[in-house]
Structure formats: C-alpha cells, structure tokens
Design a protein around this ligand. Structure first.
Ligand code: 6PG
Length: 234
C-alpha cells in the first residue's frame, strides 16, 4: 500500500489524472490496450476533466465503471453521465471502447449484462483490469459495496447488485473478486469529512464486511489523499 498526501484536492485530482495517464500509456504500449475502471460519485470529476487534457491513445483505451445507480444514463445521479460530461465529451474515444453499466435496465439484468460484457472482453484471459479508480464513502463503502451487504463477500460473479436500501436504491457494482484481480487500484479521497473513515480503513482493525474498502487488496493500492482526508492518519 502506498499513501500519498497532496496539498489540496486540486493537487490530488491532478496526481490521479497523471497516474491514470501514465498507467494507460504503459499498458497500451506493453499490451496493445489499456482498461481503466472509473469510480462514480463527485470526488473524481476534476481528475476526469484533467485526464481529458492528456495526450493518450484513446483508440487503445477501454473505459469501464466500478458501479452505477439504477437510473438512465442521462439522469443527474448517473455515474456514466458524470463521466460523459467530465471526460467522454472531450476525448476521441471510440464508442465501442466505452463499456457503461446499463442503469436503465432492472439491476439484475444490468449486472448480468455487464458481467457478460466483461467476460467477452477478456475472453479466455483472466479478467485483469489495468487500473481501478475507487472513491470512499464515510461509512467505508467503495464502489457500491456497502457495509454488511452480502455483495461484499461475493466472489463468483464479476458484477452484482447491492441489497435494497430506501435511500440509495439498488446499485450494480463490480465485486471484490474483480477489483482485487486488477493490476493496480487507486483510492482518491478528499475532504475532512472522510478523515475518520480513511484512518479506520488504512490503519484500523481489519473488518471488510463492516468497512468494505478494506476488502480491496491493499498491496495493490495507492491512496491519493488531500491533507484534510489524511488528517486523522497517525
Ligand atoms: C458512487 C461511487 C461511490 C463513491 C463514494 C464517494 O456511485 O457514488 O461509486 O462509491 O465513490 O460514495 O462518493 P463522493 O466522491 O461523492 O464522496
């Protein structure tokens, strides 16, 4: 695990964009293609805007999502919509390289379709994404893997559906099986409101069911934090 503390959110977003760009160049050069898995929420928006400014071989880069809400792609809560506005609308990426989770479908149907698309993409090779970008919720969730949700312990399918919840509905999420098979994982976390949970996840007792972000294989993780989010680290 690597923990990088940047001076502020802008510096952390810039570091995330540079990190993803460098990883993409390297993977595209070495393997002929690169797979980036994008987090939703609000934190990564600036990083995606900065990533759009990087000179990259977008024809060899494939974009996936860590999770999606059960909303159509044009809905204000759609993670795809956030990425389309911050990144997709600014880069020459072929539509066939954009592998969104179809939030407009019933979540079980969307999860199965996404799992099939991932399996078809990797074919006989192991499902190994080059970079997975993750955020962190104040309750320790990441992607749409929420505390005490059975989906946290799912190790068979690549993508599943979170348990019903009045506030957030049911969401489609990559499982830890696939996240942990990635070549590298980057957590991007800003703000004082996340300081306590960052400390628990990074330095606290290990309990992935209570803190799903701890279920991510820490050996492959780079934490990119601003000073506020790192404020409780000892
Ligand atoms: C989502 C994300 C989720 C997010 C955290 C942090 O769909 O919302 O995948 O896991 O990364 O909830 O959200 P913020 O970046 O908005 O704080």
């Amino acid at each position: 695990m690597t923990v990088r503390v940047l001076s502020d959110a802008t510096a952390a977003a810039r570091e995330a964009a540079v990190h993803m760009a460098e990883s993409a160049r390297r993977a595209a050069s070495e393997n002929g293609r690169c797979t980036l898995v994008l987090a939703g929420g609000s934190t990564p928006r600036d990083a995606y805007q900065l990533l759009a400014g990087e000179a990259l071989p977008w024809e060899r880069i494939h974009l996936f999502w860590t999770d999606e809400r059960s909303v159509p792609p044009g809905h204000p809560e759609s993670n795809f919509r956030m990425v389309r506005r911050a990144l997709l609308g600014r880069i020459p990426i072929p539509a066939t390289n954009v592998h969104r989770i179809r939030g407009e479908l019933p979540p079980e149907v969307a999860a199965e379709a996404y799992g099939t698309e991932i399996a078809d993409f990797f074919g006989d090779a192991e499902t190994r994404f080059d970079v997975v970008l993750l955020g962190l919720g104040t309750d320790g969730h990441t992607a749409s893997l929420f505390p005490f949700d059975p989906l946290v312990q799912e190790r068979t399918v690549a993508a599943g559906v979170s348990a019903p919840n009045l506030e957030r509905g049911r969401r489609v999420s990559l499982t830890l099986r696939v996240i942990n098979a990635a070549s590298q994982v980057v957590f991007l976390v800003f703000g004082a409101s996340k300081a306590a949970v960052v400390q628990k996840v990074v330095q606290g007792a290990r309990d992935p069911l209570r803190l799903p972000a701890q279920g991510v294989a820490q050996a492959k993780v780079t934490w990119l934090l601003d000073r506020d989010a790192a404020g409780a680290l000892r």
